[in-house]
Design a binder for this molecule. Structure first.
Ligand code: NDP
Ligand code: MG
Length: 379
């Protein structure tokens, strides 16, 4: 029985992870869960899975939850609570399904405590891949990717060494504005942005998918996971989201992974790696699909993609600035404080003002994130 901790169990990835657990009651046990504020759902999850630990980021909400529950589940609070859940001695695998840079410290602490990580959260590697990858250099399978593109690349890599990769094909749906013009993008409202054509996800990543920042963050994530140079990462817009990404090998042969868009597949692959467990997912029907199409990304209309590649090439502290500025401006857009088209220009302006420094420690990563917050506040 594999014992798992799900950080961010109330979110899109978190709830789908728990659905996978429910489908395999003899193989998986939920040992710990966590949320930020959604204590109603946490209470339901406690009643259903009876975890030993439930960590609530918001202390007041956590106290309310502690007063509500009657069973033996221990309620913990704040970032320390998330860390304690992740490093708990009974846990074998930690699913990092929180959104944003908050995933960084729990991931690092879990690695230090020899846990296997199923990593959905992409902001962690974007900000601190330079620190995290050396930690697992002798045990690369410590981090198993959950993000569908990285899972696809990982699945396509099985049996081959990293240096047999010529380049990767990182597929993108193109988001809701793929075939729109600059005027429509300029006018985009939150409800237009949240209409993703193929995936139902949390709000932040859905906005990132519309700006194509999501693909930029994924490119940086792929650089770290698969030890790639920026020019080995080719973004391919594939509106049907059936090919989830692939590898062009040194001999020109391409191996890619296909399937209907359903995050439960990459989640299940990570939870059971290297085994493929039988489930009730439908088989891909190529006759129904008829055709798969491919386009180049329109970086003129979606500058976030170019900004992410620029940050990746500059490296060091620049991806931290890109990531934190994006988190803040996406939040401001969701709250109605700035327009959709302002997101890239504001991120670029902060990147322009940043003097790059080396990332020697997690503290430096946090200082750069704070520098970004302050620069934006003083704008
Ligand atoms: P959601 O917004 O749906 O869920 C986020 C989860 O994190 C919730 O459990 C939320 O708690 C918790 N959370 C949010 N902020 C904090 C905080 N400050 N401290 C502690 N916990 C917090 O996000 P998704 O599930 O969509 O995405 C999670 C991660 O996975 C992201 O990094 C995303 O990029 C990545 N990802 C997501 C995919 C998807 O299909 N959704 C696909 C590939 C990657 P609460 O609900 O209580 O607020
Ligand atoms: Mg993805």
């Amino acid at each position: 029985m594999k014992k798992i901790c799900v950080l961010g169990s109330t979110g899109s990835i978190g709830t789908q992870t728990l659905e996978v657990v429910e489908a395999f009651p003899n193989e998986l046990k939920v040992e710990a869960i966590s949320g930020h504020k959604n204590i109603d759902l946490l209470e339901k999850q406690i009643n259903l899975f009876n975890p030993k630990i439930c960590a609530v980021m918001d202390r007041e909400k956590g106290l309310q939850l502690a007063n509500r529950i009657t069973g033996s589940t221990k309620i913990l609070f704040g970032l320390e609570g998330l860390i304690e859940a992740a490093v708990s001695s009974d846990v074998d695998m930690v699913v990092i399904a929180v959104s944003g840079m908050i995933g960084l410290i729990p991931t690092i602490e879990a690695i230090k405590n020899h846990k296997t990580i199923a990593l959905a959260n992409k902001e962690t590697l974007v900000a601190a891949g330079e620190l995290i990858m050396p930690m697992i250099q002798h045990k690369p399978l410590t981090i198993l990717p959950v993000d569908s593109e990285h899972s696809a690349i990982f699945q396509s890599l099985q049996g081959n060494p990293l240096d047999s990769i010529r380049k990767i094909l990182l597929t993108a749906s193109g988001g809701p504005f793929r075939d729109k013009d600059a005027f429509a993008i300029q006018q985009a409202t939150l409800s237009d942005v949240l209409k993703h054509p193929n995936w139902v996800m949390g709000q932040k990543i859905t906005v990132d998918s519309a700006t194509l920042m999501n693909k930029g963050l994924e490119a940086i994530e792929a650089k770290w996971l698969f030890n790639l140079q920026p020019d080995q990462i080719e973004v391919v817009v594939h509106p049907q989201s059936i090919i989830h990404s692939g590898i062009v090998y040194q001999d020109g042969s391409v191996i890619a992974q296909m399937g209907y868009p359903d995050m439960k597949l990459p989640i299940q692959y990570a939870l059971f790696y290297p085994n493929r467990m039988a489930n009730t997912s439908p088989s891909l029907n190529l006759f129904d699909l008829g055709q798969l199409t491919f386009e180049r990304p329109r970086t003129d209309l979606f500058p976030c993609l170019s900004l992410a590649f620029e940050a990746m090439k500059i490296g060091k502290s620049m991806p931290v600035v890109l990531n934190r500025a994006n988190e803040i401006y996406v939040d401001q857009f969701i709250k109605g404080h700035i327009g959709f088209a302002e997101i890239p220009s504001k991120i670029e302006a902060i990147m322009d003002r940043h003097s790059v420094i080396n990332l020697d420690s997690v503290e430096v990563v946090q200082e750069v994130a704070i520098w970004t917050e302050r620069s934006i506040a003083q704008w």
